[in-house]
Design a protein around this ligand. Structure first.
Ligand code: ZN
Ligand code: ZN
Ligand code: ZN
Length: 323
């Protein structure tokens, strides 16, 4: 354990005060809420089963037909007169199945070549943006789908093949947001992008806070470590009702050959240590996703029960939050 882990603990205690101040409890409503956030995937970039893995985690998934899509959220806004508006947060390589699930959860049909109204991407790693290619001429051939991303990400898609072809042909319309400032994919839906430390070869990396009329939800699928930027966890959780957090690795047992200090993700056990008080006060508000195919939490029901007993949760593909 490093010295600045103490600073993380402080951040966790602060986060407790901030998160606990939110009065409303998360609920699923019937009939559906006017604005809903839905979970369309909970796995790490490669999903489950994972290309190149022949360990029991993926061999068994192939045998049983179990499939977990890469981490991805959707927002359904039913307040307009022209049918629900749809926002896709991350364009993964499983975009077809995930948008089909979004349409099913939103009871939407007939969208044709404009399957969603806008797309947000956190960063340029394959599980988070390769699906943008599906908007291109080989597949949907969409028209001017707004792509809300950081200025660096937008510059990346404008400059590099194959992405620049989608921009040139008017299939995607990159719309850089200002990092740290709220923006609106459409009126009444607010998003704030916050920069987080991560392996930033092609773009920087964002977390998103999505705010509807009732709740704010944090989405931070990839982060190197909570203590890499001072006060990061506190800033991310400020005013948030539900948080979807990086749950890539559980406690390192899934990486027996790696030095724990060099794993570029906060272990779930460490995050649970830091946020223990929040979870106890607001059970179910802190939910893990972006789980690696090897993460035992995906495969061990008893472990998931212990997680729940401590007030945390594993996100579930298809779950809905009234936003
Ligand atoms: Zn990722
Ligand atoms: Zn595997
Ligand atoms: Zn990444």
């Amino acid at each position: 354990m490093t010295a600045n882990r103490v600073g993380e603990q402080t951040a966790g205690s602060l986060a407790l005060a901030l998160l606990a101040s939110c009065a409303a409890a998360p609920t699923t409503t019937t009939p559906p809420a006017p604005v809903e956030l839905v979970v369309l995937g909970i796995a790490q970039d490669g999903g489950l089963p994972h290309f190149g893995c022949e360990q029991p985690c993926c061999v068994q998934a192939r045998q049983s037909g179990r499939v977990l899509f890469p981490a991805c959220l959707g927002v359904v806004d039913r307040r307009g007169d022209d049918g629900p508006r749809l926002l896709l947060i991350e364009a993964t390589p499983r975009i077809e199945e995930q948008v089909a699930l979004l349409h099913e959860l939103a009871s939407v049909q007939g969208r044709g070549r404009q399957p969603v109204d806008a797309v947000l991407t956190t960063h340029a790693h394959l599980g988070h943006y390769l699906g943008l290619a599906w908007f291109g001429r080989e597949v949907a051939g969409s028209k001017q789908v707004p792509l809300h991303a950081s200025p660096r990400f937008c510059a990346f898609v404008r400059e590099h093949a194959p992405w620049r072809q989608l921009v040139a042909l008017g299939q995607l319309a990159p719309m850089p947001f200002v990092v740290g400032e709220p923006f609106a994919p459409w009126p009444g839906l607010q998003v704030t992008a916050l920069a987080v430390p991560h392996r930033d070869e092609w773009s920087d990396t964002m977390a998103f806070v999505v705010r509807g009329p009732q709740r704010a939800v944090l989405f931070v699928p990839d982060v190197d470590a909570w203590d890499k930027a001072p006060g990061l966890l506190r800033r991310l959780l400020d005013g948030v009702d539900i948080a979807y957090l990086d749950g890539t690795f559980y406690d390192g047992r899934e990486l027996p050959d790696r030095d724990l200090a060099e794993i570029p993700h906060p272990l779930m056990t460490r995050t649970m240590e830091l946020l223990a008080e929040v979870a106890a006060q607001r059970p179910g508000a802190l939910r893990f996703l972006h789980c690696n195919h090897s993460n035992p939490v995906l495969h061990d029901a008893a472990l998931r029960e212990r997680l729940t007993a401590r007030g945390f949760a594993l996100a579930v593909q298809g779950e809905r939050v009234a936003l």
